[in-house]
Design a protein around this ligand. Sequence first.
Ligand SMILES: Cc1cc2nc3c(=O)[nH]c(=O)nc-3n(C[C@H](O)[C@H](O)[C@H](O)COP(=O)(O)O)c2cc1C
Length: 153
Amino acid sequence: MKKIWIIHSSDYGNSETVANKIADGLKDTYEVRVEHLKNLTPEDFAKADLYGLIVAVRIFQFRSDKTIRNFLTGLNEVMGKPIPKFAYFSTHALKWKKFFIRGMKKTVSKLGCVEEVCTDILEIRLQGAKGPARDGADEKIEKFVSTLKEFMS
Ligand SMILES: Cc1cc2nc3c(=O)[nH]c(=O)nc-3n(C[C@H](O)[C@H](O)[C@H](O)COP(=O)(O)O)c2cc1C
């Protein structure tokens, strides 16, 4: 089975929950691992022979989380061979604004270590900073899983 990792840097558990739900949707076709960024080093990625990488991006102070962006930039330096498929999703508390994700888009555009980037981005709005997700999240996740399955095929 091809390997997909879903990584997050969740504090309150919301992006981890979304990651787990995406994993549930993909695990019939792929070997999926959900992991907190703090448990991984760039070298783990270099060794893993990944087919896909899906990243949770939290929004802080109107910007996409710098920790995860810096980590991805660091991957460029260690990956011997690129990861064929890359996608990301976001959790946020305020009404969605396109500029929230601008920094992440910039980071991704410079990633030499991924081949193809999914153009669809899932945005999950929370009921405040600590969540939980607002109504309708499960339907959005389900739709994103279908998109991912097509993108990854
Ligand atoms: C200090 C702080 C600043 C935040 N700024 C924003 C923001 O500008 N826009 C927004 O939509 N959500 C904002 N949030 C909400 C976070 O996006 C939310 O807490 C995060 O996605 C939760 O993810 P987690 O449960 O996986 O930790 C902020 C949260 C914190 C704690």
